[in-house]
Design a protein around this ligand. Structure first.
Ligand SMILES: NC(=O)c1ccc[n+]([C@@H]2O[C@H](COP(=O)([O-])OP(=O)(O)OC[C@H]3O[C@@H](n4cnc5c(N)ncnc54)[C@H](O)[C@@H]3O)[C@@H](O)[C@H]2O)c1
Length: 315
């Protein structure tokens, strides 16, 4: 049977590179498109001799042209960590708007299925917990996180417009905090931050009073859900995340236990508009995709800590 061809924008990033690996293992051809603004060649270097893998370095906000057949376009290109999108707000808005437009037009031209990698940040600082897909969110359109939240909300709206008006086969995944190997230790997200600090003898930084919550999903669970969604027939948004909600102090303690560090915890002011609670309602993913996350926090963090240890040792 002819192999199906998947274009992954943002394929050299954390999630994108795991998707490249997974889809190659599942007999797809993969075209990875990335401008390396936050992604790294090191994430895909091991694939460079694989004949089923191709890397194209380009900015998808400028254009996205692929020769030949395409069966899927998975649009994962974005600035994704609060540090990155605060540093590059215009690039963030461009990739969410123009980048999404270019990726949707590619899917339309090629009659390919399109997936939008959206985020739980579309719910903003939620007034409902857990967050269901029907919830419209509580987002500050001009706040310090607006470049990310609004670019993703726009991207979802554009995806639905291509679906409703042009009949493009689309799906939208609202990803909740996901962690695992290949996150960058300097990217500002809480898991790599705390692990790097724990492993390098620095004080561990908790923002605010540490009572704000997140729900952390291990990367292999997320990729499994994405694969199920790619092959499902469902166009409304679907939450993917682990409903096991933890506050930041609890997270810090689990990381302390795993690393065995006695580093002290220090507190810094909470960044503006930081959501106070975050927990997915995954009823829809369970019903439509038969998906539930399997990796518990301690197991996933242990794997992640081991990976960070090996990369810190190789520096
Ligand atoms: N990891 C999470 O917890 C999480 C949660 C919610 C949503 N997401 C979404 O999943 C996607 C991947 O996130 P990630 O955590 O892997 O982040 P990441 O920064 O590791 O990956 C994003 C990739 O997109 C690339 N990119 C950015 N702008 C581009 C452009 N204009 N042209 C081409 N490539 C570009 C970057 O170089 C990078 O490789 C993003 O869309 C993000 O918003 C991630």
């Amino acid at each position: 049977m002819e192999r199906q061809i998947v274009v992954i924008t943002g394929g050299a990033g954390f999630l994108g590179s795991h998707l490249c690996d997974f889809l190659l293992e599942h007999s797809y051809r993969v075209v990875c498109v990335d401008n390396l603004i936050t992604g790294r060649l090191a994430n895909i270097e091991h694939l460079s001799n694989n004949k089923l893998f191709k890397f194209i370095q380009t900015d998808v906000s400028e254009n996205l042209k692929i020769r030949g057949k395409v069966d899927f376009v998975l649009h994962f290109a974005s600035l994704a960590s609060p540090v990155d999108y605060a540093r590059l707000p215009i690039e963030t808005l461009k990739v969410g708007s123009l980048g999404t437009l270019n990726a949707l037009e590619l899917a339309h031209r090629k009659r390919a299925k399109f997936m939008m990698a959206s985020t739980s940040e579309v719910y903003g600082d939620p007034l409902q917990n857990p967050q269901k897909e029907e919830y419209w969110g509580n987002v500050n359109p001009v706040g310090p996180r607006s470049m990310y939240d609004e670019s993703k909300r726009f991207a979802e709206a554009l995806t639905m417009a291509f679906h409703r008006k042009l009949g493009v086969d689309t799906c939208i995944v609202r990803i909740f905090n996901t962690y695992g190997p290949r996150m960058k230790n300097e990217d500002g997200r809480v898991v790599p931050n705390l692990i790097t600090q724990a492993l390098t003898g620095q004080p561990m930084t908790i923002f605010g009073d540490g009572k704000q919550t997140r729900s952390f999903c291990y990367v292999s669970d997320l990729i499994d859900g994405i694969y199920r969604l790619m092959n499902a027939n469902y166009s409304d948004p679907i939450n993917l995340g682990n409903p096991n909600e933890k506050n930041m102090l609890e997270l810090g303690q689990v990381i302390k236990d795993i690393t065995g560090t006695s580093n002290k915890i220090i507190f810094q002011p909470l960044p503006g508009d930081d959501p106070k609670r975050r927990r997915p309602d995954i009823g829809r993913a369970q019903t439509i995709l038969g998906w539930v996350p399997k990796v518990d926090l301690k197991e996933g963090l242990t794997k992640t800590v081991n990976w960070f240890k090996s990369t810190l040792n190789n520096r």
